[in-house]
Design a protein around this ligand. Structure first.
Ligand code: UDX
Length: 457
């Protein structure tokens, strides 16, 4: 068949690094670009800067196969690529809820003037609707018309911890395009994904649509997921007041296929580099479009999510028999161990982590906080400096008056409460992810509090 296009991935953060490596694995010639020389040196040396299961091995394999290279040179990118995927970050702006598009702009305005032949610039980053049109204008301004450089949008849906699987075996692919040529280029750039699916007797649904719809698919999906989590956390609040059990509630409603049982785990709420910032940027964009009312509920989704973090502090005061001062619960002199720092297990990512947010709140209330996480310690230390970091689970719980499990790592789920009993000063546990076997902990003599469940103890 036709030769496969050569692919570049601009920005080698979570998204770009994973895509570059996985598409090399699918057989493409790939060039990864980043402005961060240290990051590029690491990747070129076979070292993945993030913790993502399976990625290290694929990086080294494809570097040695010669299909995968990394660069900090825009000239090299322009010369190499047929399809350039924009994978740079779109963080929340410091001055509000909107997305910061400066990295996107810089990628396009650096690359476009250097292009010498027809190419496709395809966005993957999560952006406010309208960005692809704006990029098309930037490209027109920075490239000669006769080159015919085109723009497309193809959002991604990878989840940290299973990112390799999500890229190699996506549950759908979206092409936001304006021409047959762009559609054909995107099909060619994803042929490896379709071929793999064929060999495994799977089908990957493709939606070919316009720019705006493609951009919206991504934020709509994340808004829905965030809403689902806040819905069940709102039910947890009601369960707490009514003496009901949200885990049994979630299980029961989840049997209805229209509702489904996924993403209905009540707990300390959602965090990470995507959901929190995406629902805020989406609201900001809706305001600009004059339809702020349509997304007002996302403000509630955010508030419910924040309240779950505060709930852990309240429960801590309750379990430790502490009262409230003018600035909230007074936890002075208490020793609290927080298990978990990352925003979810199997990741070292602490961006907007509910666990670390609770750590900060507990410390502010005067508690002496010790933190332990299997993978997130270095990142956590950079984020929250003035607490104690323990080297092991055992060290962490030694002498604690209260243990809070805030990320559902297997190491915590499998911990034996009988063994831990001898180490702590007080057998009190808050299960902020409803991930512990309540009966086993209670049988071991622990006072147990879950999220959205009646108190046991
Ligand atoms: C998310 C989307 O799932 C993904 O499709 C998108 O591309 C990027 O954002 P990710 O940020 O990796 O992926 O994490 P995800 O697994 O979705 O979890 C987000 C947060 O929600 C975590 O803090 C997790 O602990 C929390 N969560 C998830 C719940 O509290 N309850 C649940 O039932 C599910």
């Amino acid at each position: 068949g036709a030769p496969r296009p050569r692919l570049t991935f601009l920005g080698t953060g979570y998204l770009g690094a994973t895509y570059a490596i996985c598409f090399a694995e699918l057989g493409y010639e790939v060039l990864g670009f980043d402005v961060d020389e240290a990051k590029i040196a690491k990747l070129a040396g076979g070292d993945v800067p993030i913790h993502e299961p399976g990625l290290d091995e694929l990086l080294r394999k494809n570097l040695s196969a010669g299909r995968l290279r990394f660069t900090t040179s825009w000239e090299e990118v322009a010369e190499f690529g047929d399809v350039h995927f924009i994978c740079v970050g779109t963080p929340q702006r410091a001055d509000g809820m909107a997305a910061d598009l400066s990295h996107v702009e810089s990628a396009v305005t650096n690359l476009a003037p250097l292009l010498k032949r027809k190419a496709l610039i395809a966005g993957k980053s999560t952006v406010p609707v309208g960005t692809a049109e704006w990029i098309e204008q930037l490209v027109r301004r920075h490239t000669p018309a006769e080159l015919g450089v085109e723009v497309a949008w193809s959002p991604e849906f990878l989840q940290e911890g299973v990112a390799v699987e999500d890229v190699l075996r996506p549950n759908r692919i979206i092409f936001g395009v304006k021409s047959e040529w762009a559609t054909a280029m995107l099909y060619a750039a994803h042929k490896g994904v379709f071929d793999l699916a064929l060999t495994e007797d799977r089908e990957v649904p493709v939606v070919v649509t316009d720019f705006a719809t493609a951009e919206l698919v991504k934020v709509a999906a994340n808004a829905f997921l965030a809403t689902k989590i806040s819905f069940i956390n709102a039910m947890a609040e009601v369960c707490e007041a009514a003496g009901a059990d949200v885990t049994q509630l979630a299980r029961s409603i989840g049997y209805d296929a229209r509702i489904g049982n996924k993403f209905l785990r009540a707990g300390v709420g959602f965090g990470g580099g995507c959901l929190p910032k995406d629902i805020r940027a989406f609201q900001a964009r809706a305001q600009e479009l004059g339809v702020g009312e349509a997304l007002r509920f996302l403000h509630e989704v955010d508030l419910i999510n924040q309240r779950r973090r505060q709930k852990i502090v309240q429960l801590s005061a309750e379990l430790l028999g502490r009262g409230y001062g003018p600035a909230g619960p007074d936890l002075a002199g208490t020793r609290i161990t927080v298990l978990g720092a990352t925003f979810k297990p199997n990741s070292d990512d602490v961006r907007d982590s509910p666990a670390l947010s609770v750590v900060r709140k507990l410390a502010r209330s005067g508690a002496d906080v010790t933190v332990y996480d299997p993978e997130g310690m270095d990142n956590a230390r950079n984020d929250v400096a003035d607490v104690t970091y323990a080297k092991t689970l055992t060290d962490a719980v030694s002498g604690a008056d209260l243990v809070c499990v805030l990320t559902e790592w297997e190491e915590f789920r499998n911990a034996d409460p009988n063994t831990l009993s001898d180490l702590v000063a007080g057998k009190r546990v808050i299960d902020g992810r409803n991930c512990l076997d309540q009966a086993v902990w209670v049988a071991a003599g622990w006072e147990y509090r879950g999220m959205g469940k009646p108190a046991v103890a």
